[in-house]
Design a protein around this ligand. Structure first.
Ligand SMILES: Cc1cc2nc3c(=O)[nH]c(=O)nc-3n(C[C@H](O)[C@H](O)[C@H](O)COP(=O)(O)O)c2cc1C
Length: 229
């Protein structure tokens, strides 16, 4: 990874994103956990064939974008997106199916271009197309729903993903990676896009600090009852 401070992103650029509101879609590299990402139209592998965690069938679904990103006021090129790094940690610790949400129209590698596209998508309340939509999450009890924060909320593709599925009776635990916005409005947004779901405790990890997030991830998984050791 390189850290290009010559092209440092002013803090106001992020704040602009926060204030304007953004939306987006993304890419990423698959989490190396329980299962590979699924192709469009495929259903997740039956929970019966997966190791259940504390008797619960768990889906970990996330969106993450590798490439040029914000890093402590500058920029850094990520070969693996921050949210993907956290997702990999989780999937190594618990029994779950993993689904990396991919955009049909991938987001640019360039940070500023991604910010601009996200602003357009948020302003339009867009629903960027998911390339690998799931057809059902019926077999799951718990869904860990992960994304970066883009302009104070989850990228709009998370709304596309959520609205395409029936979350009735499911427990959702949102998790995010971010620069300063924490969980942003994800809890409120998933409450709106996932009717019938119960929103459980979320986890927010600073994007710049994902490499050291293991203890926080483990503590969170214990608190939400997915990790007993
Ligand atoms: C388009 C865009 C908008 C962003 N907006 C915010 C924001 O409003 N608040 C914030 O804390 N971080 C913001 N960030 C920083 C990302 O949330 C952070 O770098 C995250 O860890 C990226 O995750 P990823 O590598 O999995 O995509 C933004 C990043 C991008 C690319």
């Amino acid at each position: 990874m390189t850290d290009d401070h010559a092209s440092a992103v002013p803090r106001r650029a992020i704040l602009r994103g926060v204030l304007l509101g953004v939306a987006g879609a993304a890419i990423g590299a698959p989490a190396s956990g329980c299962t590979a990402p699924r192709r469009a139209g495929q259903e997740p592998r039956p929970a019966a064939s997966r190791p259940a965690t504390a008797g619960r069938a768990v889906l970990l679904a996330y969106f993450s974008r590798a490439g040029e990103n914000y890093h402590y006021g500058g920029r850094r090129r990520l070969t693996v997106g921050n949210t993907e790094v956290v997702s990999q940690m989780m999937s190594r610790l618990i029994g779950c199916d993993v689904h990396r949400i991919e955009a049909a129209d991938p987001y640019p590698d360039n940070y500023s271009a991604t910010v601009e596209r996200n602003v357009r998508e948020q302003d339009a309340d867009a629903r960027p197309i998911v390339a690998n939509a799931l057809t059902s999450i019926e077999r799951y009890d718990t869904v860990l729903l992960g994304s970066p924060i883009w302009n104070a909320r989850a990228p709009m593709i998370m709304s596309t993903f959520a609205e395409g599925l029936n979350f009735t009776g499911k427990t959702i635990h949102p998790f995010t990676t971010h620069a300063m916005s924490g969980l942003g409005t994800t809890e409120r947004d998933y409450t709106a896009t996932c009717p019938g779901a119960t929103l459980g405790e979320g986890l927010a990890v600073r994007g710049e600090e994902v490499a050291g997030a293991g203890p926080a991830v483990e503590s969170w998984l214990r608190r939400i009852g997915l990790l007993n050791r």
